[in-house]
Design a protein around this ligand. Structure first.
Ligand SMILES: [Zn+2]
Length: 470
């Protein structure tokens, strides 16, 4: 009781009463968070007591995956339930289509107070993420001079709490995006020396694998990088615990969904970072669903994805929201999971189905098949041919079509399994993925058109300097 009173005293007045019938719903996306670095998923370092407590009282998903290994497409998927190849926001010069329904709009229409607090340009208003939020705070991160200054979890959580404290009588939908676990893993003091020495800004993340062949990361440096990564998680967890305490003290009904937009390679293949491969260290994400609408705790082993997050959020609030995903609290049939990236000069498609995963690497003209039942880390290259998997994959990402005119696509196109340039001339049979591709000026297919985003030159230069653009 004493502890509760102290917490209440720290809470600057605390949250007002909400809606006794409808729960608040809080979505937390912790950028670049691998599941296996949370205590609930087996990390022996005690870095995530708050998130572990949500896992213990709710549902923990052991087979959750993102559909894209980088921030922008993955968050559009998370909030829309549509796959990256479906919504088309797969390049950094495209924004959310105006007619793509977003789950926060469903909350807003249902009388929820909605707010988003985010901390990177790729989840900012510059890409259209503000739509459907009564309050959207991106801390001006899209402005070039702010890119140099990370938005800390403490600031994000404080702003979110300040907003929530002003919401009386209505339920809340709150979206919190934290960037502290993203490279270069530099938590503030005193978190930065909890496990070993503080880190430095000097980073080799996002270099090519060829770079690491001549300059491999030393074993000592891997130990240090993983320590910094864990310290960053500990910092983010401690800040999120402030949200947890505020809701616990207030007595408001609340449901939590905790996830990430992608994982992080930490040396599995000699590199670190994410975005240019589809291997499990970057595609696996944590997923926790916990709170008033989750009466029984448990561990769920069915395959789910960030494409299910929007449907789950809506389901927690009893709202209708049409998306491609499922409310993961219910029955989950076996489904195919498609992955894509064209980031950092890569061009990969992946399909996870049954006990196999096919990885099509167009840039290197290479196809690998992994038997994930006996090789879940996807380390063993097989010599299998898998024409059935290729057919299944292309059937899911779009049937080939014929063109006789000039084709222009801002993304990438395929012809008989070969990657083509952005502009080419038919005739031929092609599979083209971006929704805004054109043949002689006509749209290739009837799909929402991603908006064109033009970043300031200075912003783009800073993104390049940070390793986000190449
Ligand atoms: Zn990210």
């Amino acid at each position: 009781m004493v502890a509760l009173l102290l917490l209440a005293a720290c809470n600057r007045g605390g949250l007002p009463a909400g809606d006794a019938r409808r729960p608040d719903v809080i979505l937390v996306s912790i950028d670049s968070l691998r599941p296996d670095h949370l205590g609930a998923y087996g990390n022996e370092r005690p870095v995530s007591p708050f998130l572990d407590s949500l896992a213990a009282s709710g549902l923990r998903y052991t087979e959750a995956r993102a559909h894209s290994p980088w921030t922008l497409p993955s968050h559009v998927t998370m909030l829309s339930g549509r796959s990256p190849l479906d919504h088309g926001v797969i390049e950094s010069d495209r924004g959310i289509p105006d007619d793509l329904p977003m789950v926060q709009e469903a909350f807003q229409k249902a009388g929820y107070r909605t707010a988003g607090f985010v901390s990177t340009i790729f989840v900012s208003d510059a890409y259209g993420f503000a739509r459907g939020f009564d309050r959207f705070e991106d801390f001006d991160i899209a402005r070039s001079d702010n890119l140099k200054h990370p938005v800390r979890a403490e600031q994000v959580v404080t702003e979110a709490l300040t907003w929530a404290e002003a919401q009386s009588g209505a339920p809340i939908f709150l979206f919190v995006h934290l960037y502290d676990v993203h490279y270069p893993y530099l938590p503030p003091e005193p978190w930065n020396y909890q496990i070993d020495k503080p880190g430095s800004r000097k980073s080799t993340a996002y270099r090519t694998y060829e770079f690491y062949k001549s300059k491999p990361v030393t074993p000592e440096r891997w130990v240090h990088l993983k320590a910094q990564y864990d310290e960053s998680i500990a910092y983010a967890d401690a800040q999120l615990a402030r949200l947890g305490e505020a809701w616990a003290v207030s007595g408001r009904k609340v449901d939590w969904v905790i996830t990430s937009d992608h994982g992080e390679e930490l040396g599995e293949r000699g590199s670190w970072g994410h975005a240019h491969t589809l291997f499990p260290e970057v595609m696996r994400v944590p997923l926790l669903v916990s709170g008033a609408s989750v009466p029984a705790a448990g561990v769920r082993e069915e395959r789910v994805g960030t494409g299910d997050v929007a449907a789950t959020l809506a389901g927690l609030a009893g709202l209708e929201f049409a998306s491609g995903g499922l409310d993961v609290r219910g029955a989950i049939p076996e489904r195919d999971h498609v992955f894509e990236t064209s980031r950092m000069e890569s061009a990969r498609l992946g399909l996870l189905t049954g006990s196999r995963r096919i990885d099509v690497d167009f840039a290197r003209d290479r196809i690998d098949v992994f038997h994930v039942d006996r090789d879940p880390a996807e380390r063993l290259v097989t010599l299998d041919d898998a024409p059935d998997l290729e057919r299944r994959l292309y059937g899911l990402v779009g049937e080939a079509w014929s063109a006789s005119g000039t084709v222009i696509t801002p993304g990438w196109a395929l012809s008989d399994g070969k990657r083509l340039d952005h502009r080419f001339v038919g005739p031929g049979r092609f599979g083209v993925f971006p929704a805004d591709s054109r043949i002689d000026g006509e749209a290739v297919r009837d799909a929402p058109l991603p908006g064109k985003i033009t970043l300031a030159d200075a912003t783009r230069e800073q993104l390049k300097a940070l390793g986000y653009e190449q």
